[in-house]
Design a protein around this ligand. Structure first.
Ligand code: MTE
Length: 317
């Protein structure tokens, strides 16, 4: 977010047109059927054996907007562990090793320890939720995410009454993540939520998009999607979850606290010190394409405004 880079190449421009169109057709057919069959793309590898997206159900409250182009969502990314350019993650994240994968759970919970990805995923059924991801840089994307409520996972660890916050960490593997050589942020990338935010039914633990497993550049094998907060709260490739009593550190707040607060709720009324947050542009269009007004809490005011009733959102940005 420190560095603004113009996109240089659109992936759909280098995908043969017939394959590109056919993929869109298959995806549309799967959605119309109400289920998302494994659509034959070779990304199931990122999920452990026995975990399949075949029975993914559509979530009834998805936003009713046209999806962003698959190639834009997987080709224009922020994943600084692979570089700060928007096309760097798609170019370099193939070095990320997602199998085996485990997650360490620690802090204020009764059931802590290290869990394999399979342990984490097996009890859950998956749903497709179409959310907008709104980046603090004022671009947004409409993505059919596949995942399950974060609350369902966190409850399995039985957080204690002292667990007021939960913190998440991304993998730190310099051999796999070339961007870690640069001190752009304090690594590992970390994020946090209040326990009430984490338990809100909108907070999604995502393992896929467009009916298939997450590509590495989007945070394989599992990442958060917190739809009422700026995109940087949606931490990728999670390896550690910590319950704690005090407000946790977050990477962007540690880097530039006057620009990035702990809450980072989408708020068109509070501008970023260097740019307006009042409107946004969908990825994929040109820099001159129409901007749409940004909605308070990214359109989820009814579901989440109560979490901030006693907070001054201009101060707690
Ligand atoms: N997670 C990690 N580990 N590293 C990052 O650099 N970038 C964040 C977030 N999660 C980031 C991250 C930002 S700024 C955004 S906007 C979203 O990922 C982008 O998600 P996407 O690439 O799937 O669109």
């Amino acid at each position: 977010m420190l560095i603004k880079t113009a996109r240089d190449i659109k992936n759909s421009e280098i995908t043969p047109e017939n394959i590109f169109r056919d993929r869109r057709r298959i995806l549309a057919a799967g959605l119309a059927a109400g289920l998302l069959p494994g659509i034959g793309l070779d990304t199931e590898a990122a999920l452990p054996d026995g975990i399949s997206l075949n029975k993914t159900k559509p979530w009834p409250n998805s936003i009713d907007e046209e999806y962003s182009d698959f190639d834009d969502v997987t080709g224009y990314n922020n994943y600084y562990e692979f570089g700060t350019g928007k096309t760097d993650p798609a170019r370099y994240a193939h070095t990320l090793v997602t199998d085996p994968w485990s997650i360490k759970v620690e802090g204020e919970a009764e059931n802590t320890g290290t869990f394999t990805l399979e342990d984490i995923l097996r009890p859950h059924s998956f749903e497709q939720r179409v959310y907008r991801l709104r980046c603090v840089e004022a671009w947004s994307a409409v993505v059919p995410w596949v995942g399950f409520p974060l609350a369902d996972l966190l409850k399995r660890f039985s957080p204690t009454s002292k667990a007021k916050y939960v913190q998440f960490f991304t993998l730190y593997e310099p051999n796999q993540m070339p961007g870690l050589r640069y001190p752009v942020l304090e690594w590992p990338y970390r994020e946090g939520l209040t326990i009430a935010e984490a338990m809100n039914p909108l907070s999604l633990m995502a393992i896929g998009l467009y009916g298939q497993a997450l590509p590495n550049q989007n945070g394989a094998p599992l990442r958060l999607v917190v739809p009422w907060k700026y995109g940087f709260k949606s931490i990728k490739s999670i390896v550690r979850i910590r319950f704690q009593e005090s407000q946790p550190q977050t990477s962007w707040n540690m880097a530039i606290s006057q620009e990035y607060g702990f809450y980072s709720n989408v708020n068109p009324r509070v501008d970023h010190p260097r740019w307006s947050q009042a409107s946004e542009r969908r990825i994929g269009g040109s820099l001159f394409s129409a901007r749409t007004p940004t909605l308070m809490f990214n359109g989820y005011e009814a579901e989440v405004a109560h979490l901030y009733r006693d907070l001054d959102l201009a101060k707690n940005y």
